[in-house]
Design a protein around this ligand. Structure first.
Ligand code: SAM
Length: 228
């Protein structure tokens, strides 16, 4: 068995054992599994399996993403945290020196998020709000290094841009998971992606890379961008 960091993704590791090769992060909340993921102990350090079929950020790494702006000590604004599956891994990666604001507007998943992640970790706070109205949480959220948007809404690129204009530091990066079918169920996915990317570029964001998330998610891409 061995654990090896994946060079551009500090805090993300490959765990190899008996023919298995899994993506893992170091567990900040020892002994606790957030969504049923397996825990592994190697030389006194505990790691959590990061399941790419449950998390588009993990899928993006396995699908060839080149790099990203998340690492130890970074501040993150996470739009669409749901019950905290991916957020918990982001929390592991940024570590106790980092901080994440988790925006979610659905009360049921928000209460799971609070139980499973926010109450148990000191580097995450939940923001019960609609990401379409960032000015409502402007008093709670500081400038951040990185914004991740996974809200599966037809106007999600515009929502990301409005949040980036308010909260993203100069030189900070954004990533967005674009699900073609959430935006337009009949149009060709490629056309939907191009339109969403144009919305980001029109706001001054420079797209750095796009990755198709198949086979983990069909008709989804991940886009990484930055204000230049
Ligand atoms: N990112 C999550 C993960 O990987 O663990 C999954 C997110 S799920 C695809 C989308 C989430 O975004 C849902 O929980 C939904 O309630 C939330 N959402 C959708 N529109 C939103 C909005 N305008 N403001 C805040 N949350 C929103």
């Amino acid at each position: 068995m061995s654990v090896e960091e994946i060079p551009p993704f500090k805090g993300v590791y490959v765990y190899r054992t008996e023919g298995q090769k899994l993506l893992v992060t170091e567990n900040l909340d020892r002994g606790f599994s957030v969504y049923g993921e397996r825990l592994f102990r190697v030389m006194g350090t505990e790691f959590r399996e990061w399941v790419p079929f449950r998390s588009k950020l993990a899928a993006a790494i396995l699908c060839g993403l080149k790099e990203w702006g998340i690492s130890r000590g970074k501040t993150v604004l996470y739009l669409g945290a749901a019950s905290g599956t991916t957020l918990s891994h982001v929390s592991d990666i940024i570590g106790r020196e980092g901080f994440a604001y988790a925006v979610e507007f659905a009360p049921r998943v928000l209460s799971q998020l609070i139980e499973r992640v926010v109450r148990r970790r000191s580097n995450v706070v939940a923001v019960f709000a609609d990401a379409r109205m960032p000015e409502r949480y402007a008093g709670l959220v500081d400038l951040v290094d990185f914004i991740y948007c996974d809200i599966a809404q037809p106007d999600q690129s515009r929502i990301l841009v409005e949040n980036a204009e308010l909260f993203l530091k100069r030189g900070g990066e954004v990533m967005i998971a674009i699900k073609a079918r959430s935006i337009d169920s009949v149009e060709e996915p490629e056309k939907v992606y191009r339109r969403e990317i144009r919305t980001m570029e029109d706001s001054g964001l420079k797209v750095l890379e796009t990755v198709n998330l198949a086979p983990y998610e069909e008709d989804h891409i991940m886009v990484r961008a930055r204000y230049e």
